[in-house]
Design a protein around this ligand. Structure first.
Ligand code: PMM
Length: 286
């Protein structure tokens, strides 16, 4: 395994000489909910502080589940979920990103102190999001995406998944730049599991360095995804439970860090932060 990606930074985001750890704070009904919204906000903020303590460089706050088959929340619901959490964490000088496909949510999140918009649709779902990001001078994650969760797996057809993902990402990067987002504020992400089969995900990981054709920092999100569940299925073919995929994910974080990705998006921060520290030390950087 060789390090194939050059070290890249994103203007306005924490600059470190190792892969960044983006900790996931999902504020969706199946994440913290056991009562009223206020409780959910408090629990999410507390979870954010815990992840920060465990080594997250950046916290990614999301109010819409993008799991295959998921239905979309109303805009008002999404705003209500994420904005108070972002305001609270950002007020404590924590670098926060918002995981949203909606321009209204991005605008409110940036006004509340977020520094990065992580749009899993790369600006396809709501093109107005690009101007919102440009006007705020924020950073933007362009993830590869083809359709909303309810129908995305119908779009998982490729001749050459890596070439097509690079091509489609390039078009989204061009759209972002045309809308006024400077290239030095962009990150690309192959979008593992989004309109992709397990085989597509593995091919993208195997050829991750090919994404460097875009000349931008690369973020990878493999944490808890179903392709790890099927890799680790039991003898009866039952996928490994979503909360028992972490050891495999740490292996992926290690390989991704060896490759020199810009960042990894993870639910369990400590193990991945430890893996990144090991890679960094192995290379003699500490
Ligand atoms: N995956 C999910 C949500 N947001 N954002 C980026 N940039 N990359 C991803 O791979 C990604 C994402 C889905 O995972 P979750 O709902 O379990 O957090």
């Amino acid at each position: 395994m060789t390090t194939s990606l050059p070290l890249r930074h994103v203007a306005g985001l924490p600059a470190v000489s190792r892969p960044l750890i983006m900790g996931v704070v999902n504020v969706t009904p199946d994440s913290f909910s056991d009562g009223g919204r206020h409780h959910d906000t408090e629990a999410a903020v507390r979870h954010g502080y815990d992840l920060r303590e465990e080594g997250a460089d950046l916290l990614d706050i999301g109010g819409e589940s993008t799991r295959p088959g998921a239905t979309r929340p109303l805009v008002a619901e999404e705003l209500d979920r994420v904005v108070p959490v972002i305001r609270s964490l950002a007020a404590d000088r924590i670098a926060v990103s918002v995981d949203t496909m909606r321009s209204e949510v991005a605008a409110a999140a940036l006004a509340a102190g977020a520094v990065l918009v992580n749009d899993v649709s790369g600006g396809l779902a709501d093109p107005a999001i690009l101007r919102v990001v440009a006007d705020a001078g924020a950073a933007f994650v362009v993830m590869h995406w083809r359709a909303h969760a309810a129908e995305m797996q119908r779009h998982a057809t490729y001749q050459d998944v890596v070439a097509e993902v690079v091509d489609e990402l390039r078009r989204r990067v061009d759209a972002a730049v045309a809308a006024g987002v400077p290239a030095e504020r962009l990150v690309v992400d192959p979008g593992l599991g989004f309109a992709k089969t397990a085989e597509h995900n593995w091919e993208l990981l195997r050829r991750l360095a090919d994404l460097d054709a875009l000349g931008l920092p690369i973020l990878v999100g493999s944490s808890r995804k179903s392709f790890l569940g099927s890799l680790l299925a039991d003898a009866g073919g039952h996928p490994r439970h979503v909360l028992d995929r972490e050891d495999a994910n740490v292996a992926l974080t290690t390989i991704a860090a060896m490759q020199g990705v810009w960042g990894v998006r993870v639910h369990e921060v400590r193990a991945s932060a430890d893996a990144v520290a090991v890679v960094d030390r192995w290379r003699g950087k500490r």
